[in-house]
Design a protein around this ligand. Structure first.
Ligand code: MF3
Ligand code: CO
Length: 257
């Protein structure tokens, strides 16, 4: 989601065990949809075809796209190619060998929302871009490790940023992760950068969508004239991974695994 503000202490809704039961189902459905969609990614497919498949897979699971119509968003998934960071809109563009594409999907299953993203190689890609994808995915797991009761929210942010920068890449500032559950976007905002030990203390029952967006070059981004798609200012590639996680007494439970 788009960064609104870095507010200090926020009202973060806590989920009950019965909420979590449905959120687990929602997350399982989303991960099945994501896996099926990932298998369809190959040179020659258009992003509109990907969107149609996503709609079909989501419908089959008796769920609904959380993105379609959200603030006027026109499609069921986000398909962000190469220098596109997030919110790429499916159209007649054809994927070609050496592209990378991030698939971002949010679903609403019986009023319970989960959100996830992965970045995939189309055909054969450059070694450095492969490293960008690997570092972005690992940075998500570095953040998730820190998502446990007693830690501060910004411990997640700091864990992601330090892992990414240690590996020579940069984190996007203008878009952030978010609370999720009964709505697509709930409090708090979860930046992928910042010092440790700040912001609210994490508690059992919080559900968070953690989503590092990592650039090969500089962190600066801008929005295309369609009003949605964020791209890197330097036009170098960007990768994105996201999971919805629940904070439990044992640590983070990944709902969208
Ligand atoms: N995961 C992204 C986010 O939380 C996707 C939102 S797409 C939108 O911002 F269409 F719903 F905005
Ligand atoms: Co999200």
């Amino acid at each position: 989601m788009k960064l609104l503000s870095l507010s200090a202490q926020e009202m973060i809704p806590l989920k009950s065990e019965s909420d979590l039961e449905v959120l687990r189902l929602s997350g399982k459905i989303l991960s099945r949809v994501m896996q099926k969609l990932a298998r369809s990614i190959k040179p020659g497919i258009t992003t509109a075809e990907i969107d149609n498949l996503a709609l079909e897979f989501i419908k089959t699971e008796n769920a609904r796209s959380a993105f379609k119509g959200y603030r006027g968003y026109p499609a069921h998934v986000c398909t962000s190619i190469n220098e596109e960071i997030v919110h790429g809109i499916p159209d007649n563009r054809v994927l070609k060998d050496s592209d990378i594409i991030s698939l971002d999907i949010g679903i609403d299953y019986r009023g319970y929302f989960t959100d996830a993203a992965i970045t995939l190689a189309v055909g054969k890609i450059d070694l450095l871009i492969k490293k960008l994808i690997e570092v972005t995915e690992t940075s998500l797991y570095e953040g998730i490790k820190l998502a446990k009761p007693g830690n501060h929210l910004s411990d997640i942010s700091h864990g992601i940023q330090s892992y990414v920068e240690r590996n020579g890449f940069s984190v996007v500032r203008e878009f952030v992760g978010h609370g999720i559950g009964l709505k697509l976007h709930e409090e708090p905002e979860i930046p992928n950068f910042g010092p440790p030990g700040e912001g609210p203390v994490l508690k059992e029952g919080m559900v968070l969508a953690i989503e590092p967006m990592v650039n090969l070059g500089r962190w600066e981004s801008e929005i295309l004239p369609n009003g949605w798609t964020a791209v890197t200012k330097d036009n170098l590639p960007s990768a994105h991974f996201e999971h919805t996680v629940a904070i439990t007494s044992k640590g983070a439970e990944i709902l969208t695994k």
